[in-house]
Design a protein around this ligand. Sequence first.
Ligand SMILES: [Mg+2]
Length: 264
Amino acid sequence: MDLPFFFLDFDGVVCDSLPECFISSRRAYHEHLKGESLPPATAREKELFHRYRPFIRNGEDYLLLHDLIARGVEVHVQEDLDREIASRGRETMDRYGRLFYRAREEFLREDREFWLELNPLFPGMGEILEKVLGHPKFYILSTKKAEFILEILAHHRIPWREDRVIFSGPRPKGEVIRDLLSREGGGEAVFVDDQLDHLLTAGKMGGIRTYLASWGYVKPRWLENGEVPALDREGLAELVEPFRFPAPPDSRRLSGEGGIPWER
Ligand SMILES: [Mg+2]
């Protein structure tokens, strides 16, 4: 049986990018959106940013998050954030996205090393990526632009291929996967992410097996209620084993009978 296509999220799955996203989006919010100088970050602000992070889908959402924190608006479930996104409208959200990337580019230009150091990989993830490097069916699928992902991976000495990164933009990731599958003439997909809504949407599309990355920016209740099966990093390492590339000499055994979790 053919291997499925594999889609791995980046922020919160490969890269522990919360510090970078906090700093870049904070600069974008205060300096570029509000036109004010950057105030010192408070402990409360950091705590709320961390608490609300699991509901973020895109770069543009971070600016909204800063605004909600500043206004004291609470976010308990995905719908709380989505209501705010809808009320701001597409034009405003697009602007948030542009300002976020502008701040990120400024950091990269001004202090490249500082910016890169804010993007550590989760333990073991570098080894997992090296294992599957260059596999034609293995992709990083992210709402972060590919150039930044490649930049971060290069910093960690992982020469990931540009054509194995897909930037989903504001589109639901499930749709992006479905389109790729149809372009490739069908087949199945495995999708590992830490954002529950991306997984739920993709899971409804058929042919996409979804896993919640338990080490990412997840809510404990997402792990408890089991709507999407949770995966730890050891589980991920096992799941990607058949994608080892170049394939080991005994790869025919791996793609044959038994042992592969998505075989029926
Ligand atoms: Mg993520």
